[in-house]
Design a binder for this molecule. Structure first.
Ligand code: GLU
Length: 291
């Protein structure tokens, strides 16, 4: 078993992160497996070296050890570029120049019986730029400086029917076990997600899938808020010829009012608890992992 914790160094780790990391490490240790770390720093406008340093400090303080050198997404550009080249050659991605406002306008334009749908990345892309290039474009150079979107319909047509993953935790509606994904649902409620951003040759979805595979992750342990995104990850694994790991989505740590903890909720930062004299055992107890 190989599990991982994959924080973004854009703020302090809070109790929810602590829970996720402790759970992932605990699962690996119980199985005699490995626990790995990955720094998801593709957002260069928000990632900071001091947050990364604090992540290592907080995790060590919690008593966590990772078994290999942490992977940093900012070092992974060649892998992302290579995957994008392959998807471009297969005409599974296409350039999109739409702004957020364009998407909003196109999605809410009055259409017979079609309500704008929201998916894991927000408004489902209405497809404005999907068919602008003539078939055969995959032999031309991949454009730089434009967002690239997955052609979901084409991807699904290549994959066929048998889309599913194994969930050992639970989704928002208690989904567990073998989770079947429907092509119709993916088309209507996920659509053509961004795989490469205008300013970075990758996106959360592409990077996470390539990196989990490169780190040999067998069990992805993460918050339930990412359950919907897993459908996208499974599609990408299929078209890229990668194994689908087992997923374990865990419950989210909420504040006393039942609100999900956000990164900006610095009152729940692990560093703040440390400052206030809490022990690692206190943190375990606070997130419900005994102690
Ligand atoms: N980097 C993501 C976050 O900070 C987690 C990604 C994942 O676990 O798949 O929420």
């Amino acid at each position: 078993m190989r599990t991982r914790f994959a924080p973004s160094p854009t703020g302090p780790l809070h109790l929810g992160h602590g829970y996720s990391a402790l759970l992932a490490e605990g699962m690996a240790r119980a199985a005699g497996g490995a626990f790995l770390l990955r720094i998801e720093d593709i957002d260069s406008t928000r990632s900071r070296a001091h947050w990364e340093a604090q992540i290592y400090g907080d995790l060590r303080w919690l008593g966590l050890r990772w078994d290999e050198e942490p992977m940093r997404q900012s070092n992974r550009l060649p892998a992302y570029e290579a995957a994008l080249d392959a998807l471009w050659a297969r005409e599974l991605i296409y350039p999109c120049q739409c702004t957020r406002r364009d998407i909003q306008a196109a999605a809410s334009a009055p259409q017979e019986g079609a309500e704008p749908a929201y998916g894991p990345d927000g408004l489902v892309y209405p497809g404005t730029c999907r068919d602008l290039l003539a078939p055969g474009y995959g032999t031309t150079p991949r454009p730089r400086g434009a967002a690239l979107r997955l052609n979901m319909a084409r991807a699904l047509a290549q994959i066929g029917e048998d889309l599913w993953f194994e969930e050992t935790g639970a989704g928002p509606e208690g989904e567990t076990g073998r989770i079947a994904l429907s092509a119709d649902g993916l088309l209507s409620h996920v659509g053509d997600v961004v795989l490469s951003r205008r300013d970075f040759p990758g996106s959360y979805h592409l990077s996470v899938v390539l990196d989990d595979a490169a780190q040999g992750i067998t069990h992805v342990v993460r918050g339930r808020d990412l359950f919907e995104a897993t459908a996208i990850h499974v599609v990408l694994q299929r078209i890229l010829g990668l194994e689908t790991p087992i997923y374990h989505h865990h419950d989210l740590i909420r504040d006393d009012a039942g609100k999900r903890l956000a990164k900006r909720d610095d009152a729940r930062a692990i560093a703040k608890y440390r400052e206030d004299g809490a022990t690692p055992e206190d943190i375990r107890r606070l997130v419900g992992l005994g102690g």
